[in-house]
Design a binder for this molecule. Structure first.
Ligand SMILES: [Mg+2]
Length: 374
């Protein structure tokens, strides 16, 4: 219990991706950038965490790096590993926003604690409620022909959930893809996510049309601050409306429930600022009779692992997860052994800490900058 944190190492990575992804709020092409933090204990144990920022959604990798390196490092080095709650509280006061950096910090603290004590992160978060999590893969290529190829691959891999990204081109393109998927791929359960792509003028008619395809849910049609329009859309359609960009942390969830803007929420550790805070979001949702889904950002396998442990310990998140990037989007993931998906289900690791860890050779290879003690 007395073991202290000796140091913090950082890598800013640019990870090449296989395809272009278009969303209502922006595009990812070429590479996605993440920041990896490693905390070293005085006895030589290491714990890892990932900050997966997206500038149009949560923030920038540069801000994550600065938050960790300049503002959080002094709060961490020399502290007891066991004082995780105090460290997180200090970090929340020292840096406003930068939720991805705080998620990376808490992940690394939990991984380090788990590796020192020999228990999985899910055990540190309250214990396990599930061994596997249904995987949802997003369909977001502006070239739908490429996504048709992906749909064939997903079907062969027994992935049963897909999320169609809409609102980045035009309504006819969205309806064409919904029709084609319903006709040629009827085995998939479909979710629809506009990522804030619709104007308040267009949203009512376009969302009503999409609801006609009876997806599991429709996510965030309008800008995050349009709470009144979210509430109106929710009343208008007879499929569940999910909030994503409108709800980052617990305080947003309280307001969203009070103002009746959604039937459920996409819970992400990168939005809430950590794993325990994500659990709080899911519990506030459940206490208000709302469902919860395990969302993610453009992540590598390390952040997927953190989200997996969080969902494994959070029974309120019942709609599956979208941790598909490590397997279906990145050209190469950063983990030593692949992030495990079997028959369309993410497998919850049972080893100490996060169970798997990054390959440091890959961190060095994909680093655009790093700050690592020799
Ligand atoms: Mg979303």
């Amino acid at each position: 219990m007395e073991e202290k944190i000796a140091g913090m190492d950082l890598w800013h990575l640019a990870l090449p991706v296989r395809s272009r992804r278009d969303h209502g709020i922006g595009t990812v092409e070429g590479s996605c950038e993440v920041v990896i933090v490693r905390l070293r204990s005085e006895n030589g144990t290491a714990g890892y965490g990932e900050a997966s920022a997206w500038s149009v959604f949560t923030g920038t990798p540069e801000a994550s790096l600065a938050a960790l390196d300049r503002y959080i490092r002094p709060l961490v080095e020399g502290r007891r590993v066991a004082d995780r709650a105090a460290i997180m509280d200090d970090a929340s006061k020292a840096v406003a926003h930068c939720t991805e950096a705080k998620a990376a910090l808490e992940t690394a603290l939990l991984d380090l604690t788990g590796r020192i004590t020999g228990v999985p992160v899910w055990a540190l978060l309250g214990g396990k409620c599930r061994d596997t999590i249904p995987l949802s893969c997003s369909i977001a290529d502006p070239d739908f022909g490429k996504d048709i190829d992906l749909l064939h691959r997903l079907r062969a891999d027994k992935v049963g959930l897909i999320k169609l990204k809409t609102g980045f081109k035009d309504h006819a393109f969205d309806i064409m893809r919904l029709e084609r998927i319903a006709k040629d791929f009827p085995g998939f359960r479909v979710r629809v996510d506009y990522n804030q792509g619709l104007s308040i003028e267009d949203a009512p008619a376009q969302v009503r049309d999409a609801a006609g395809f009876k997806p599991d849910f429709i996510e965030q049609p309008v800008r995050f601050h349009h709470f009144a329009m979210m509430a109106r859309l929710r009343e208008m359609i007879d499929v569940p409306l999910l909030a994503d960009e409108s709800v980052f942390g617990p305080e947003d969830m309280v307001r969203a429930a009070r103002e009746g803007i959604c039937d459920g929420v996409s819970v992400k550790i990168m939005k809430s600022g950590g794993l325990t805070s994500a659990q709080t979001v899911a519990r506030i949702a459940a206490a208000n009779g709302l469902s919860a889904y395990g969302g993610d950002m453009f992540e590598a396998g390390l952040a997927h692992l953190a989200g997996t442990h969080m969902i494994a310990a959070t029974p309120e998140i019942r709609l599956g997860c979208e941790f598909y990037q490590a397997r279906y989007f990145l050209k190469e993931d950063i983990l030593e052994t692949p992030f495990q998906v079997v028959d369309g289900q993410v497998v919850v690791p049972d080893g100490p800490g996060l169970g798997l860890k990054p390959d440091v050779g890959k961190l060095d290879r994909y680093a655009v900058s790093k700050k690592v003690a020799e």
